[in-house]
Design a protein around this ligand. Structure first.
Ligand code: SF4
Length: 416
């Protein structure tokens, strides 16, 4: 264990109960590079004690404290205590959050984006940040480069804003709160972050990059650590339920149970998935719980379907590729127009409205083709009737279609 660092007078209140002892224990633990698990009841001041103890071992070194919380309200408490400690010695504390209506003004202005998953929002943001003139850039991102970062650092260091207050500060200056926080992390002594920023590997990698600090130089304080087993199980678990399989079967039957690979239909695959689930229950369930090996599903599917991992991956990749291609096409179309677009992937086997256009001939000959429709006679009672006259058309929307198509074609070409 390293020698204990010099004690600093950082605790901003009168000590009560065992606070001083716990603060010393944390200071020595952090300085020694070991871990401590501390149980402390509600109202015992554990946030301020752990922060002042850890800061004594960290200030003046190249280490950074990352205070991990499960809830946003706990982030506020951390920032509140950092502000109190700053009365003794100035420190910088910043709260980080994922993209949301609060942290991404582009999303708050476009309700359609707001319902996206974090992966979709991340892809959308990457598109908006492109500087190649191919689309509509994000002004909130561009404006960050025009700001003096020192002013923003001073503001955070002096005011200790809660995340919502910091977002308001950024919005008043037309800069993106999410991206601005990323720039500030490297200057902070304490970063208050959700569990996911460390415990989800793909988020952690980006977080470490923003912080410019390796994991070995970060001191983690995990708030409410008793939540960790449940949290980790939740985020590391892939889930498929009997209900989801029944829904998949019903949906497949509605669409004539399409063949997905080598004569196997969707319901054939679902039936095998049911068998796999039964097998997992009988093999691994002990009481209410069980740990299923990571390769279980793939091994079982290969056995039961008599397929190689390559064939399984082909099915999987085909489904993903279709989904991604459709999402990309929608995004490209909407890049500079305000039209609402709905997308759907349907197997060619489906008859009816999805085949009523020229793309059908391309599909018949094996060429990939997208079908764009305004839903024709399903929406417009004048379609192909004598009443289909110029004065019934919506020209404002009409002119947006070729603009959207232009961007869609560029995107498809670039993706070739
Ligand atoms: S840069 Fe910021 S405002 Fe722009 S899309 Fe990304 S998160 Fe949203």
């Amino acid at each position: 264990m390293n020698e204990a660092p010099e004690k600093l007078d950082l605790f901003p209140y009168q000590y009560i109960g065992e606070q001083k002892k716990i603060e010393d224990l944390i200071r020595e633990t952090v300085a020694g590079g070991v871990s401590a698990v501390i149980e402390s009841g509600t109202g015992t001041g554990k946030t301020v004690v752990s922060m002042s103890g850890a800061l004594q071992a960290v200030l003046g070194t190249d280490k950074k404290i990352v205070y991990l919380t499960r809830t946003k309200s706990q982030q506020k408490q951390i920032i509140h205590e950092a502000k109190a400690i700053s009365r003794k010695r100035p420190i910088m504390c910043i709260g980080v959050q994922g993209r949301s209506m609060n942290t991404c003004p582009m999303m708050s202005k476009d309700p359609e984006n707001a319902g996206g998953t974090s992966e979709e929002l991340s892809r959308l943001c990457s598109e908006y940040k492109k500087d190649d003139g191919s689309g509509k850039p994000c002004k909130y991102y561009d404006n960050i480069g025009k700001m003096d970062m020192v002013d923003i650092i001073d503001y955070v260091r002096d005011s200790h804003p809660e995340p919502e207050v910091f977002s308001e500060y950024c919005l008043k200056r037309d800069i993106c709160p999410y991206e601005t926080v990323k720039h500030l992390i490297k200057y902070a002594d304490v970063v208050a972050a959700p569990y996911s920023f460390i415990f989800m590997p793909h988020i952690r990698d980006r977080f470490l990059e923003w912080a410019g600090t390796p994991l070995s130089r970060m001191v983690m304080i995990v708030d409410e650590a008793h939540n960790l087993p449940d949290y980790l199980r939740e985020v590391m678990t892939l889930e498929y339920s009997m209900r989801a399989m029944t829904l998949a079967e019903n949906e497949a039957l509605e669409w004539n149970d399409p063949v997905v690979h080598a004569g196997l239909t969707v319901t054939d695959i679902v039936a095998v998935l049911r068998e796999c689930l039964d097998e997992a229950l009988s093999e691994y369930l002990s009481g209410d719980d069980g740990m299923i090996p990571a390769t279980f599903l793939q091994d079982e599917l290969m056995d039961r379907l008599g397929m190689s991992s390559h064939s399984l991956n082909m099915i999987y990749k085909g489904l993903i590729d279709n989904g991604v291609m459709i999402a990309d096409a929608k995004k490209a179309f909407q890049r500079s127009v305000q039209l609402r677009v709905e997308t759907i992937a349907v197997p060619k086997i489906v008859e009816g409205p999805f085949l009523l256009s020229d793309h059908r001939n391309f599909w018949d000959e094996g060429y990939p083709a997208l079908f764009l429709t305004d839903t024709a006679f399903y929406r417009n009672k004048n379609y192909h009737e004598n009443t289909d006259t110029w004065d019934t058309l919506d020209y404002d929307r009409l002119v947006q279609v070729p603009v959207g198509l232009y961007h869609l074609i560029l995107a498809l070409d670039a993706a070739k």
